[in-house]
Design a protein around this ligand. Structure first.
Ligand code: PLP
Length: 360
């Protein structure tokens, strides 16, 4: 059976050697030495001013929204993301205002963002879909013009370099997920990056119930992560350049194998200033029927691609919205993410391409 993704596991002895440090100390959570070391390594690698490691990509998103300091109001967000993005908005008591996406990047359409700004807008929350960058320049300009913070859900963005900076360094705040299905993982985990020291202090407080010892200074939540999780990150981090290079080569194999077919594929080489992380292999089919046919044919061969993302989020009944996002609807209906992970056999790429070709 071939799934859409497969978790990369580092050499076990390397993980155990790092874990052994936690055993020696008898310290397994609450901002231990491995968590601190992972944070320092990530901060160094990403070249960001402030970074906090947290329990997962959803809780850090909730912390980011909580830190806006508003009760209620609107968050302008994308209908084309994982449900954690818009759920976090609703969970934190904001109203998600969905604006449509760009048909080529699949990220939020900045022109529509500007048109959606009202006095009730509290923030813009955009997703770097498949690790490809949003229009960060235009979104930053809109944020400045209207005094509205820009937050990025960078759950897919780890390792992407954009205009000479790490993609996670953009925005007033940026979050990442280190879930086992993501390109870099710590089993479960995530991080939040911010630009301002006061913001960092606020978020650090939120992460541990809003207190330091006997001094309680705000509300908070348990957003911490453990030494066992941090150890996994420390064990994988040195492998990241090689893992991304392997994905780059796999991407090229898929591209070549699918080149004659009527599929819209990502074209990272055509985007100036982009060094992509090769996080996913999404294929946009000409019609939903064609996508379904290809998916069924692959499944018959025990190959399980995934509709990611489907459905477009504005269609979910939980948000009380009647937004219309035809581009997101069209993309969500036709998109299929093909199996793409470190260790995927090149022969499977050929097999997937042949099955899709026959189905079309
Ligand atoms: C995976 C993902 C999340 C959630 O991250 P978790 O670590 O699983 O909580 C949020 N947003 C996007 C776009 C994701 O892909």
């Amino acid at each position: 059976m071939i799934n859409v993704s497969k978790t990369y596991l580092p050499p076990q002895d390397r993980y155990l050697a790092i874990l052994n440090r936690a055993w020696q100390k008898g310290w397994i959570t609450n901002n231990g030495e491995l968590v601190q070391e992972l944070e320092a390594s990530l901060q160094q690698m990403l070249q960001v001013p402030h970074l906090l490691y947290g329990s997962n990509g959803t809780v850090v998103l909730q912390m980011a929204l909580k830190s806006l300091g508003h009760a209620g109001g609107d968050i302008i967000t994308t209908p084309y993301s994982y449900v954690a993005t818009s759920h976090s908005v609703q969970w934190e008591g904001f109203h998600p205002v969905f604006v449509d996406i760009d048909p080529n990047t699949f990220c939020i359409n900045p022109a529509l963002v500007e048109a959606a700004i009202t006095p009730r807008t509290r923030a813009i929350l955009a997703t770097h879909v498949y690790g490809m960058p949003c229009d960060t320049d235009v979104l930053a300009a809109i944020g400045l013009r209207y005094g509205v913070p820009v937050i990025y859900d960078g759950a897919h963005a780890f390792g992407t370099i954009w205009k000479g900076k790490n993609l996670l360094a953009y925005g007033d705040m940026s979050t990442c997920s280190f879930h086992a299905t993501k390109i870099f993982h710590t089993v479960e985990g995530g991080c939040i990056i911010c630009q301002q020291p006061q913001q960092h202090a606020l978020l650090e407080g939120y992460r541990q119930f809003g207190h330091k010892g006997d001094y309680h200074y705000s509300i908070g939540i348990n957003g911490k992560n453990s030494e066992l999780h941090a150890a996994m990150g420390l064990a994988i981090l040195p492998d990241m350049p090689a893992l991304i290079e392997e994905r780059r080569q796999l991407f090229a194999k898929y591209e070549a194998a699918l080149s004659a077919l009527p599929l819209q594929l990502l074209r990272p080489g055509a985007v100036e200033g982009l060094v992509w992380n090769y996080a996913y292999f999404p294929a946009l089919f000409p019609t939903e029927a064609a996508m379904r046919q290809a998916k069924a044919a692959l499944e018959a061969a025990h190959i399980f691609p995934r509709r990611y993302f489907y459905p477009a989020l504005h269609n979910l009944p939980f948000y009380g919205t009647t937004a219309s996002c035809p581009v997101a609807d069209s993309v969500a209906a036709r998109m299929l993410c093909l199996p793409f992970y470190n260790g995927l056999d090149a022969a499977v790429v050929e097999q997937v391409a042949a099955i899709i070709k026959a189905a079309l």
